[in-house]
Design a protein around this ligand. Structure first.
Ligand code: F3S
Length: 319
């Protein structure tokens, strides 16, 4: 017999306005469920970047380089390497290139990288996500208007390094609540706050509130967190809240997967971070109840399906 939580899950999936429209599998007696979030897996920007790389491979041009791994998923990057796509890790490596196609990944790069590529006369294919491009334009424009910029996010993340590289004046990156509280403006100019696209929305609002508490002439707040991230986080939170066990799939270097894991862990203490189904120790997963599955923006569907299949087989006795 379905228990209350499973009834609630079934009802959520069929409600018109719910965020939960994923893939629901039930055991024959409806006492166990495996539910994969609709928003799990590639976001628009990552899919677009990856399609761009495969298009370039298909067009026969060589050599092909990506500036940084095209996505934070080792399995996909290794597959591309086998097809001849090399990853350039540093500016120095880029400087030493004499020919070829350089694909800029969805995270984007700073202005000086474009200038270098132009100077070297390399063929550039820009797969920067349009939502990231928009942030570049905002910080450049606001900087030109005399605003000091604050970016909420991780200073060492390539997306944030890229955004910094479009700022024309003073810029500070704030990642933690302590950093927000300790933030001191470097100028007496107006302030503009933007965010890394994958930053946690609640934290963003909190940091804005803290920084706004300081006195400025004017603070322009532009929530540049991507909807894909917001949707994925909201859906994962709702599932984890009902789940007896939650599985988050993604590359170990993927910051959006890490954040997803943290969000789910708050709702469900049995939350597991796995890269592939090999990492999944099913002895840890309860054999009754709800098992939820979500995945970061750079997790291929095939990996999600493999994990789901394993859960269905083991927990529901179904494939
Ligand atoms: Fe773009 Fe949003 Fe994905 S910014 S890369 S669509 S998470």
């Amino acid at each position: 017999m379905a228990d209350d939580k499973i009834r609630q899950l079934i009802a959520s999936c069929s409600e018109k306005d719910t965020v939960m429209k994923g893939d629901l599998w039930l055991s024959p007696d409806k006492s166990a469920a495996v539910y994969t979030a609709r928003s799990a897996g590639f976001c628009f920007g990552v899919q677009r970047a990856l399609d761009t790389v495969y298009e370039q491979i298909g067009s026969g041009c060589a050599p092909i380089y990506t500036y940084g791994p095209i996505i934070h998923n080792e399995i996909v990057v290794e597959d591309l390497e086998k097809k001849g796509v090399r990853v350039i890790e540093t500016r120095q490596e880029l400087e030493s290139l004499e020919e070829g196609t350089v694909i800029i990944r969805s995270h984007g790069v700073s202005r000086d990288i474009y200038e270098l590529l132009e100077k070297k006369n390399l063929h550039v294919v820009d797969a920067t996500c349009p939502f990231v491009k928009k942030i570049h334009r905002i910080v450049e424009q606001k900087g030109n208007e005399g605003y000091e910029i604050v970016i909420t996010g991780s200073a060492v993340h390539p997306e944030v390094e890229g955004i910094r590289g479009w700022c024309t004046g003073e810029v500070t990156v704030v990642e933690t609540e302590d950093e927000a509280r300790l933030y001191k403006p470097k100028t007496d100019k107006n302030l503009c706050i933007v965010s890394q696209t994958t930053f946690n929305l609640k934290k963003f609002h909190k940091f804005v509130e803290i920084i706004r508490g300081l006195s400025y002439h004017e603070t322009a707040v532009l929530n540049t967190i991507c909807n894909a991230t917001e949707e994925r986080q909201t859906e994962a939170r709702s599932i984890a809240n009902l789940a007896d066990a939650m599985i988050v799939i993604g590359g170990k270097h993927s910051s959006n997967t890490q954040k997803l894991y943290e969000i789910c862990r708050k709702e469900c203490s049995n939350t597991f971070f796995v890269q592939t189904f090999d990492d999944l120790n099913l002895r840890l997963v309860p054999f009754r109840g709800i098992v939820g599955i979500s995945a970061g923006a750079s997790t291929p569907n095939i990996l999600i399906e493999e994990v789901s299949k394993l859960c269905r087989k083991t927990i529901l006795n179904r494939c």
